[in-house]
Design a protein. Sequence first.
Length: 458
Amino acid sequence: MKRFLYPALLALAACTSTPLTELPTRSDPLPARLPPMKTFVAQSPKTFAARANVDLVRDFLELAFEMESGKKIEHLSRFKGPITIALAADAPPRFEADLTELIQRLKAEARLDIRQTETGQPANIVIETLPRKKLQATVPHAACFVVPRVADWQDFRKNRRSGALDWTTLTQRERATVFIPDDVSPQEARDCLHEEVAQALGPLNDIYRLPDSVYNDDNLNTVLTSFDMLILRAYYDPQLKNGMSRDEAANVLPGIFKRLNPLGEATPSDGLGKTPRVWIDFIETALGPRTSQSRRLISARKAVTLAHDQGWLDNRLGFSLFAQGRLALGVDPDISADSFIRAHAVYAELYGVDNIHTAHVALQLAAFSLSSGKAEVALAFINDSLPAVARAQNASLLATFLMIKAEALDFQGHRSDAATVRLDSLGWARYGFASDAEIRIRLHEIAGLRPRHKTPEV
């Protein structure tokens, strides 16, 4: 289940050129006619990077035999034979294209026997779209979700308080339905598609320590990664069977990963332990809805303290600081800036500056730098981050970076370059944001970061 969403890139697709007279300016940042929507081009499947197989076994067992709540799953369950997937009704062309690309990746990278069938017809996995308001009136905290054993929304509503929807009662999967809002941005719909289809097919848990997975409620990775594809490939390996216990799976998984990831045999373990439930509760309170700002910030601070007490120097420390920085924005700018600086240092040490985690923090630091009149520093954060954002296929994050870059260039007096970059941001914004009104709001917010008067940069 996807809970938290961030404004959040593969090679960038080419865009259609627009006449110079249509370039937006700061005073009128949204042209009368927006450029075409930009989308990401497909990449060739990548070989899985070396990772300790002992860690893969550990992560697989935690993902496959526990729910997000911590409830144990006694038996492995998956679909048997060829898997079919279908839309419940016709969807926008971009959504259908994203589904086609996802299925192609699942075939090529996870080696799944999966195919799309006719819209509106029964399938193992059905994808139904409905208004966000309707979805959240029934499941308030979910951006999107997947449930077993139901055919449609009415079936879900009828059975939602029964034991029929309990994943832990399955020993084999026959049918699941994914529910996704139909009034969100193309990117948000795609992100939901990736996460919920992945859970319909395989593991149901999310693990915060994973740095490179959609099976992580930090939502910093928004499309299935090579790690996720390897987990799904192992999940459907012939040596695993429906109904297997955790111990039975643990006996065969080392052999599976030795075959699928031979380099992982000689790779040292990361030594990371399980995340205490209390830290997860702090993070969920900090980022969840219907909680006061002061309580959310207190919870984020507790998460940071606990991360330090645990001696963590991994993704969980970085994310704790990132959450604290976001929540302190507008409340305590000094704490916010310090949290982002520390989070950026943690992520840069772990993954380098060319990484999606570091990029999420760099966006905030670029905004701080621009608002302080340090355009050159802002541009450095942005330019370091763009390749990672491209590989992560995060259009909303890319658009936001480019909007800040345009303002930084404008501040330096590079008016023509700024206008070109700002226009470029709009093509990505059309994929990353839900409406023209939302794009206009974001443009004006970012335009407001730029100081009125230029001061010497230090």
